[in-house]
Design a protein around this ligand. Structure first.
Ligand SMILES: Cc1ncc(COP(=O)(O)O)c(C=O)c1O
Ligand SMILES: N[C@@H](CCCC[NH3+])C(=O)O
Length: 463
């Protein structure tokens, strides 16, 4: 799914195209700092460490497969986003990327807000002490129970996604004697350059209310009439894993245009806009993500300029990065089980996880990097496909990668940039046990989400 998508991938003997597949990197032992989290190093003895701990020792203590999350990196990214957007804006971490109580506590400590999109995420946020007024609730089909809980606890905003929901949230709030702050999610008609399944601002999809045809203006009209709702702003999220700022700029411009129309029609200047998340990260050395300060400047400038042109007060801006904060902070550690060389094709390296801990390759054709981390090697590069252990030929973790030709059973491989949408989309296919998430910082490691056990599986299966 990165911009260098190459569906079939190269094979031994192919004339490889320019770019990612043009050939093996000069040194397979070097770890690209764009792709690995900030405390990851390869020691003099060839073993990779994170937070000062060797992956060999981590594998021994916590087992494989497992996600290792670099807490220092996570906190640094939170701070970078917070500092970049400053005191006049809010950063809502998108919990769908990965959420646990430890994450909520770190967010709280770093001063970030939280976007949740289900009752489960809301419960986790509240259980870990996130103040309700710093939580936003999303979703295209929130249940009555989810809305009721959110209104009862007093979430800072509910993002309305349909005409039915405008009425539903208003009724629930009125019944509870409350006036719920809400934003309306609009689809701005931008074709974001990303995988079709994760683009969300073109008109033909399930999220939001279209600006086109005056639908969003009608939603505003209805929301303003309802006593249970306090309409505080307009929301737009254009998709995910996006590198090009142009889509965000068009989105910002169209959202500001709607604010101007609302002012002209109703005499009301809505005080907030949210431009969503979706900023891309580096999964491979080819990816070139924007830094938070560049993003903040681009968005801030366009909103200010458009508001000045329309004679509007500049609204409070918020953003909702998920992947860009947690994605680069973790890697998945696997043990190699079998190595199968298919003459004239490629070498299949099977690891002890797969599509149950990372569905993204199968689902979006996502590209990842991989490295041998339990030792250094000077062996010749071998064009490899890293696959999982599931009964499915599409069970691919890394479609095309160069690994040292002497990779063998028992070696540890790590796939970087798996902090977002891997544990949170993990599944139990083939009754796989979902791996733990282990936070590592300053030479200490601790489990923040434990490994699933067979007892967990059997407890759900009530016979
Ligand atoms: C409404 C909303 N906000 C924020 C996000 C977070 O996106 P990302 O993790 O790509 O930053 C998403 C997911 O795409 C989303 O749907
Ligand atoms: N789950 C997707 C992104 C969807 C984001 C949520 N709207 C991914 O792994 O890239």
């Amino acid at each position: 799914m990165s911009r260098s998508a190459h569906p079939a991938g190269p094979r031994h003997g192919d004339v490889l195209p320019e770019g990612h597949y043009a050939g093996p990197p000069a040194d397979l032992n070097t770890l690209d700092p764009h792709v690995w989290s900030r405390t990851v190093r390869r020691d003099a003895d060839g073993v990779v460490t994170v937070g000062g701990l060797a992956v060999t020792a981590l594998a021994e203590e916590f087992g494989t497969p497992a996600y290792f999350l670099d807490e220092e990196d996570f906190r640094a990214r939170c701070r970078a986003w917070k500092d970049a957007f400053g005191a006049d804006a809010d950063v809502f971490y998108a919990g769908k990327a990965f959420l646990s109580r430890a994450i909520v506590r770190w967010l709280n400590e770093e001063g970030l807000n939280l976007d949740v999109c289900s009752g489960g995420e809301l419960a986790t946020a509240l259980a870990a002490g996130m103040p309700a007024e710093r939580i936003a609730l999303h979703g295209n089909n929130k249940s009555t129970e989810e809305i009721t809980r959110a209104v009862e606890v007093g979430v800072g905003r509910i993002v309305l996604d349909s005409f039915q929901e405008i009425v539903r949230v208003a009724h629930i709030a009125e019944k509870l004697g409350k006036r719920q702050p809400v934003q309306i999610r609009v689809t701005v008609g931008v074709e974001a350059h990303t995988h079709e399944f994760i683009a969300t601002a073109h008109e033909d999809q399930k999220f939001g209310i279209a600006l086109a045809g005056g639908q969003a203006a009608e939603a505003v009209r209805r929301a303003l009439k309802l006593d249970g709702l306090e309409l505080i702003g307009i929301h737009s999220h254009i998709g995910s894993q996006i590198f090009d700022m142009a889509g965000f700029e068009v989105s910002a411009r169209r959202v500001v245009q709607l604010l101007a129309e609302v002012r002209d029609e109703h005499g009301v200047e809505l005080p907030e806009i949210d431009l969503g998340g979706g900023l891309g990260i580096a999964y491979t050395s080819d990816d070139d993500p924007r830094e938070p300060h560049e993003i903040a400047k681009a968005l801030g400038d366009i909103v200010t300029r458009e508001c000045e042109a329309a004679g509007l007060r500049v609204p409070r801006l918020s953003v909702e990065p998920g992947r860009a904060i947690v994605g680069p902070t973790a890697f998945t550690l696997y043990e190699v089980g079998t190595v199968k060389e298919l003459e004239g094709l490629r070498t299949y390296v099977s690891v002890d996880g797969g599509m149950s801990d990372n569905i993204r390759t199968a689902l979006y054709d996502a590209e990842y990097s991989v490295a041998l981390v339990s030792r250094a090697s000077d062996a010749e590069p071998m064009l490899s496909r890293v696959v999982g252990k599931h009964c499915e030929s599409g069970d691919i973790v890394v479609r095309d990668a160069f690994l040292p030709g002497d990779v063998a059973p028992g070696d540890l491989l790590a796939v970087p940039a798996t902090g977002a949408y891997c544990r949170s989309m993990a599944n139990n296919y083939n009754h796989a046990l979902r791996p733990p998430v282990v936070a590592v910082k300053d030479g200490a490691a601790r489990v923040i989400v434990r490994r699933e056990t067979e007892e967990d599986l059997l407890r759900l299966d009530v016979g």
